[in-house]
Design a protein around this ligand. Structure first.
Ligand SMILES: [Zn+2]
Ligand SMILES: [Zn+2]
Length: 346
């Protein structure tokens, strides 16, 4: 095993809501089957912003100082015993959830539903706003030369978009409605287009996000009030978590249609009309993170079929993670994705 030269590194810790502090900590050493990765680019996710602002998301509470960030890519800096698929210097994207691979959902291949998953930046597991992490080699995916670190970071939310399509099944030739044009909604647009949807319509109240959705391949992107109330779609993806959006997709999906719910409300549960689901024989599907989507996400970016970089609105240095989190929270009207760059190069 080869170890990186420095022994200490910088990590950015959320110590209390709204406060991120730079601290030094030892560079971890990879155990058998793990790699040490020098991180280069890490996206700021909505969940990071919630932890930053509120110190909690539902039952997950930040009790000890926590390093946030889980959308990340970098360079392999050392490999643990038994790692043969990766070498020092390989560029990789890290799938941030490490499942147990023992429980029933894991054995079914639905490891996103693992009950003892260790997921970066979900308390008490540290995340990626740090210089180095150790990670199982099996969850480190090589990036082809023409896929940047920034795109490697974007593989994470793209994997969620791909999971939506996996859950829906065939969308070839379908009309698709996407409610919510945050990162996940935008990734759903990319995934739906890549899967052959005939049309993708996006609704969101923020004009800037609608403009980005058009760049992502939406045929139409409008404010919710501008969507013809009588119009029906084959397939709908709810990516906002709001009650209004859930009601909208329920009302605008055709009989026998399919709906994916991927938005999670942070303000209490959202209600859906069971009577209409029964009456219309609607297939309503939940999506939680993703399983087996990372390699696909990277291939789609490498081939040029999917372009994620236009989502990145602002970039910050690692030491400015606090500002990055604040920007992701406050600049919703002019930025979809905020990226943290450890080395200055994307
Ligand atoms: Zn995320
Ligand atoms: Zn499991």
């Amino acid at each position: 095993m080869r170890q990186a030269k420095q022994e200490r590194m910088v990590g950015m810790f959320l110590t209390e809501p709204g406060v991120v502090v730079q601290r030094e900590l030892p560079i971890p050493v990879p155990r058998p089957g793990e790699v040490l990765v020098q991180l280069r680019a890490t996206g700021v996710c909505g969940s990071d912003v919630h932890y930053f602002r509120d110190g909690r998301i539902g039952r997950y509470v930040v009790r000890e100082p926590l390093i946030l960030g889980h959308e990340t890519a970098g360079d392999v800096a050392a490999v643990g015993e038994g790692v043969t698929a990766l070498r020092v210097g390989d560029r990789v994207a890290l799938e941030p959830g490490i499942p147990c691979l023992q429980c029933a959902p894991c054995r079914e291949g639905r490891y996103n539903l693992c009950e003892s998953v260790s997921f970066m930046a979900t308390p008490p597991v540290h995340g990626a706003f740090v210089e180095y992490v150790v990670h199982p080699a099996a969850f480190a995916f090589p990036l082809p030369d023409d896929v940047t670190y920034a795109e490697g970071a974007m593989a994470e939310p793209l994997a969620v978009g791909l999971q939506c399509i996996s859950r829906l099944g065939d969308v070839l030739g379908c009309s698709v409605l996407v409610a919510g044009a945050g990162t996940i909604g935008q990734m759903a647009v990319l995934a739906a287009r890549a899967a052959g949807a005939a049309s993708v319509t996006v609704v969101d109240p923020v004009p800037y996000r609608l403009q980005v959705a058009r760049e992502m391949g939406a045929c139409e992107a409008v404010a919710p009030c501008d969507l013809d109330a009588g119009r029906l779609f084959d397939v709908s993806i709810e990516a906002s978590g709001s009650q209004a959006a859930a009601s909208l997709v329920m009302g605008q999906t055709r009989r026998g249609g399919r709906i994916v719910l991927v938005g999670l409300s942070t303000k209490g549960d959202v209600c859906i009309p069971v009577g209409s689901i029964v009456d219309n024989e609607t297939d309503v599907l939940g999506v939680f993170r993703y399983a087996n989507q990372y390699a696909k996400a990277i291939r789609l970016m490498a081939s040029g079929v999917v372009k994620t970089l236009p989502l990145i609105g602002e970039t910050f240095a690692l030491r400015d993670v606090g500002a990055a989190l604040a920007a992701a929270d406050e600049h919703r009207d002019r930025c979809v994705k905020v990226l943290v760059l450890n080395s200055g190069k994307a």
